[in-house]
Design a protein around this ligand. Structure first.
Ligand SMILES: [Zn+2]
Ligand SMILES: [Zn+2]
Length: 198
């Protein structure tokens, strides 16, 4: 992977303070895969698109509608990844909710912080750490999909599918050895090599 990636970060108004306070977590996840070979831009996600993708009956955002309407206005470009952060509950057909998703064909990553912060007291150090850890895990999981990794059967690997918060909290914020090797084959070196520092 030699070409430089551009990450357009899109933040809805209601997610803005959560994400700007934790932009170091977003950057750390990008560095894990892309080292210094990425640029990041920050944009406000259009309220209108969020409203159009909101399913009133379910009181949740429809991921397929969100991507479809977003891509009507913002066409995918080579080496550009669009990463959307929302603070509304997100769903896909067949599931009651999802935390995040990656649409490979258009390189669109969508992350909902709605459940990541649910029942977490962000006024405490422990609460903030837990939220940041969950956010980091969701980010590296979706970036893992973006580079071509599938779900992992190892339930502590960050590439394991998490249907709910207990499964998410059980995962470690890292790839297992098998996924590290798969990433290496795909051209993404996750480990330092050579130099020894003590
Ligand atoms: Zn997944
Ligand atoms: Zn794994």
């Amino acid at each position: 992977m030699n070409s430089k990636y551009v990450f357009n970060v899109w933040i809805t108004e209601d997610a803005e303070s959560f994400i700007t306070d934790n932009m170091d977590v977003v950057e750390a996840s990008l560095k894990l895969f892309f080292w210094d070979r990425f640029e990041m831009n920050i944009n406000r996600f259009p309220d209108r698109i969020l409203a159009e993708a909101f399913n009133v009956r379910r009181s949740q955002v429809d991921i397929k509608e969100l991507i479809r309407r977003f891509r009507e206005e913002y066409k995918p470009r080579p080496n550009v990844v669009d990463m959307i952060f929302i603070d509304r509950d997100l769903f896909i057909d067949g599931r009651s909710y999802i935390f995040s998703a990656t649409h490979m064909a258009t390189k669109t990553i969508t992350i909902s912080i709605f459940r990541l912060a649910y029942a977490v007291n962000l006024g405490t150090e422990d609460g903030r750490s837990l939220f940041r850890e969950r956010l980091y895990k969701e980010l590296i999981h979706e970036l893992g999909h973006l580079i071509g990794l599938d779900h992992c059967m190892n339930d502590t690997c960050v590439m394991a599918f998490s249907p709910d918060i207990p499964h998410l909290d059980k995962k470690l914020p890292m790839l297992c050895n098998v996924c590290v090797e798969k990433a290496r084959v795909l051209g993404f070196n996750m480990e330092f090599d050579g130099g020894i520092d003590i």
